[in-house]
Design a protein around this ligand. Structure first.
Ligand code: BG6
Ligand code: MG
Length: 227
């Protein structure tokens, strides 16, 4: 009988397992600046975990003019092409420190492993990293109607893994992603800064600090009701 408090761990991809968050940043920055929008890391923080069109809308809202749907689709395509160029040379060397060890530790503990990324490039990135077969289930972002912070993608992963949300641990680097995990009723492990991921139950700097034994002991934070 498993004594684990969790039955599944559901990982985000970009910024957790590999540093594609930086490539998304570079591609959005070029597009934003071409539209006359000032773009820095603080702006980018709001875009982490947000799907492609949602991110584009946030940038264009700062552009000071309206865009037609055709223009928006063209801009989203050009950002995506630039992003795809940036990830062309990715290999297993681009796995963040501790990522494979974390996946292997979860597997060794007998827990299910899911991936919940809203990126439509997630399968390509997993294949370049050579880790697709480490997951029991990878959500296809094309099937998700509502992006993070909506809990849909984490609930979909849990349901496909056959695990109740309360028995899942979600791992995220984005504010919107942590909010999605909490809205799904899961334990949220933030990867990044405590000062940014304020809703997380626990925050670690990177997956090299992932320790299932420690996670078993951390109490779940109760959601603070809106004032
Ligand atoms: C998320 C990233 O994982 O995927 C976002 O955090 C990105 O920055 C989003 O915009 C969508 O990715 P894609 O590859 O479908 O444009
Ligand atoms: Mg992310």
């Amino acid at each position: 009988m498993s004594t684990s408090r969790f039955k599944a761990v559901i990982f985000d991809l970009d910024g957790v397992i590999t540093d594609t968050a930086h490539y998304h940043y570079l591609a959005w920055k070029r597009m934003a600046e071409q539209q006359g929008v000032y773009f820095d890391h603080a702006f980018n923080e709001q875009l982490k975990g947000i799907d492609r069109m949602g991110s584009l809308e946030l940038i264009l809202a700062a552009a000071g003019r309206l865009y037609t749907l055709e223009e928006k689709l063209a801009l989203a395509d050009s950002k995506n092409l630039h992003y795809q160029e940036l990830i062309t040379g990715m290999t297993a060397a681009d796995l963040l420190p501790g990522a494979v060890a974390a996946l292997d530790a979860v597997r060794a503990a007998g827990l299910k492993i899911g991936l919940a990324s809203v990126s439509k490039n997630a399968f390509t990135v997993l294949d370049r990293l050579g880790i697709r077969d480490k997951f029991d289930y990878v959500v296809d972002a094309a099937l998700i109607a509502r992006g993070k912070p909506d809990p849909e993608i984490f609930l979909k992963a849990a349901s496909e893994l056959g695990v109740a949300p309360a028995d899942c641990l979600g791992v995220e680097d984005a504010v919107a992603g942590v909010a999605a995990i909490k809205a799904a009723g899961m334990f949220a492990l933030g990867v990044g800064l405590v000062s940014v991921l304020t809703q997380a139950d626990l925050v670690i700097a990177g997956l090299d600090g992932f320790d299932l034994a420690v996670l078993q002991q951390v109490p779940v934070r109760l959601q603070t009701p809106a004032a």
